[in-house]
Each structure stands twice: as C-alpha cells, then as structure tokens.
Design a protein around this ligand. Sequence first.
Ligand code: UD1
Length: 430
Amino acid sequence: MYQYVIRGGNPLAGEVNISGAKNAALAILAAAIMTDDTVVIDNLPNVSDVNVLIDSIEGIGATVKHIDNHTVSICGATISSVVVDYDAIKKMRASYYLLGALLGKFRKAKVALPGGCTIGARPIDLHIKGFRALGATVNIADGCVVAQAAGGLSGSHIYLDKVSVGATINIMMAAALSGGKTIIENAAKEPHVVDVANFLNSMGARIRGAGTDVVRIIGVEKLHGSEYSVIPDQIEAGTYMFAAAATKGDVTVKNVIPKHLEATTAKLLEMGCEIHEFDDAVRVVSKGNLTHTQVTTLPYPGFPTDMQPQMAVLLGIAQGVSTVTESIFENRFKYVGELARMGGNIKVEGNIAIITGVDGYQGARVCVPDLRAGAALVIAGLSADGITVLDDIQYIQRGYEDIVEKFKSLGAEMELVCSDEEIRAFAEAK
Ligand code: UD1
C-alpha cells in the first residue's frame, strides 16, 4: 500500500502545467469507439481512471495504440463484444459512457452498473429514461445495465428532471447515431459536455446547443475518424489554485481555459487573493490571511461540487465563520472527520458545513475517503505545520496526474512512500 507523505508549511511558488480534463477524456474515449475509422485523441491525462477505461475498450476488441503518454489512437472496427463487465470498470462511474456509445453504434450494450466515488446514491435513472425515450429497452441483470434497440433508435424530446452531466452526455452519444431529431431539455452545461459535443461533431455528428440548457441532435447514419485534443482539467487547475492560496503562495496554472475557472477565481477574490488572468493561464497570489465566505455547489456555471472539499479546507484556515452548502451529492462531507484530526473545526448539519476558521492545520495521519476529498487533504497537508501522511491514495491517483512531481516543482516537500520506515525516514530528514 502506498501513501503520500508531506512536510507542510512551504509557500508554493512557480508555474504548473494542467493536464487534460479527466471527465471529458473518459466520455471522449468512449465516444471514439462509435466509428469504424481511426480516432486519435491527445491531451489525455495519464491517470488510473483513464487507463482503466482504455483497457476496457481494448478488452471488447477495439484496436488501441498508445502513441505517447497522453495520446492514443482507437479503432472501433475490430470490436467483437458489447459486454463490458470487468472488475476494474465496476469501480468507475464513467463506465456508463460505454452504454451510450455501444447502444448508439451496435443497438445493444451490457455494461457493469457504474461504481465510482461513494459521494452519494448516484442513480442512473435519467440515463435509462433517455435511452428508453430513444426506443431502447433497458433492464438490470447480473449487476449490469442491459440496453437494446433491435428496431433502431429514433429521436425524441427528453426533459431531464435533474441537471446531470452523465445523462446529458450519454443521451447525446446514443442520439448522435439515431434516426431523427432529439432535444434534451434541462441539459448540463459543463465544459466537458461541450467538449464531448465538439468531439462528436468532429466525427460528423450534428449536435447544436451544447453549453446551453437545450441540446439539439440530428441523428446521422455513421461517424468518421477524427483527431482531437481534450480540454484542460478545470478541477485540477482549481486544486492547484486553492493550494497556492492555502500555503500563502504565488502559483500560475498554465494550459487552462480561464473562463472555465470563473467560479473558482471569484471565490479566491472574495477571500482576499489576487488573481491575474492570461489567455491560457491564471496566476493566484496570496495576500496573507484569507477571509470567510459562503459557497453553494451548483451545476456549471455555478461553483463545482468537485471543488467543494478543497474549498472547505481553504475556508477552514480563513478568518471567521464560513458555510459550504452541497446541493449536488448528499454524502460529500466524509473528509470532515479526517480534517478534524488536523485541527479543522467543521460542523455538518444536513447538506451544510459550518466552518470556523482556525489559525492553521497540524500534520496528522489521515485516510482519503474519495478523489476530491483526497486532493483537499493534500492541500491541508501542504499548509499544515508538521508531517501529514495520507492513506488510500489510490482515490487521488484516479484523477490527478503526477501530483507529487507537480507539487514538488512548486516547492512542496511531498513523496510517494510505501512503508512506515520510509515515512519515518522522510520525517527525520532535514
Ligand atoms: C459527473 C462527474 C463528477 C461530478 C458530477 C457533477 C464524471 C465521470 N463524473 O458525475 O466528477 O461531480 O458530474 O458535476 O464525469 N442524478 C440522478 N439520476 C441520474 C443521474 C444523476 O438523480 O440518472 C443526480 C445525481 O445523483 C446528482 C446529480 O444528478 O445528485 C448530478 O449528477 P451528475 O451530473 O449525473 O454526475 P455524474 O455524471 O455522476
């Protein structure tokens, strides 16, 4: 078992390159199998979720070539099975994208029910509602979702009862290869929804309105090959920006789309940081003590739920009392107990965390409960006095490429270790 060990207290300074967006990459990789031509995708983040999905795509027979660490070519012409039921994929949320992709292309799919971080119930009823509206029959059998449309898929008018990133993208994929016109109302507007639509359009799909709450799709008979570059990861960028603020540092995140970071930068400004925006970079300069604020997570362009734990960690060392309201997932405060071990003072009432700022965190041994909470605990460790050890870092590795190297390049003292001796040696060095 591996751990991260951090000696906190160094103000982070310098520049860091942000990787491609994990959540866009996962949907784009799934969509790439919808054509028999070859598709080349670059700016893929080299993280475990992406690698598991690539393995699954290869597992059903697609031809995958790794061109470099961040680029693959995929050819779906050789797919021999529409059943995706591997142990690794069961632990992933984004496995559901293979449903929309396979159903669209082959009119049938059997995919393990999605897992992913346990941040809430995370049903997929809206995905199923969408597939059924397109004419598919959908059942649950052997722990899998089984979808088929022997008579073909036909366009439909679908209203999403709740704004769902996954359902919007999944329906968009299946509808891209259906007969007729589909309208998705109350669609998610996240940057990765737009990125997947742009990718599908680059393969010949006819999707309009992605990025607004009404997406219109005119189904086409087939899709063709494409070369595509995934957008930068707004959550990874936001994580480094918050780490800069937490350590009283000065960090420039590079290879980003500043517009996608507006909710994050707005909160940093409210808390007293200085922000400089460039064409494809954002610089965060700490001005000393942070001030309290209120945050509510909302679908894009609101404050992202995937930045909520990082925000709470930052507010935990801001002056005064802050609140964080989680409106998307009902179980996303599991890091609060771990943060308390580091001296944090957070009380959770329902979906609201009431945070009383403390002067600073103290290093401790903590368990990572899920991906973004893990990133938040790293930030706490970087700002803390003393040594922090994080267990269960496999969650963090799902979504953060080279996190140790990137933080070290900004001046952090952080290592990947795999034994208590190594932890002791790290703590005793210096
Ligand atoms: C995706 C992201 C995740 C992010 C989330 C919200 C991936 C792989 N994951 O997750 O990192 O936190 O968007 O930005 O891209 N819901 C239903 N029924 C459904 C689908 C969703 O009730 O069929 C609910 C969910 O429980 C949640 C809300 O809708 O309360 C939003 O979920 P959704 O946007 O679908 O999130 P995911 O696609 O799971």
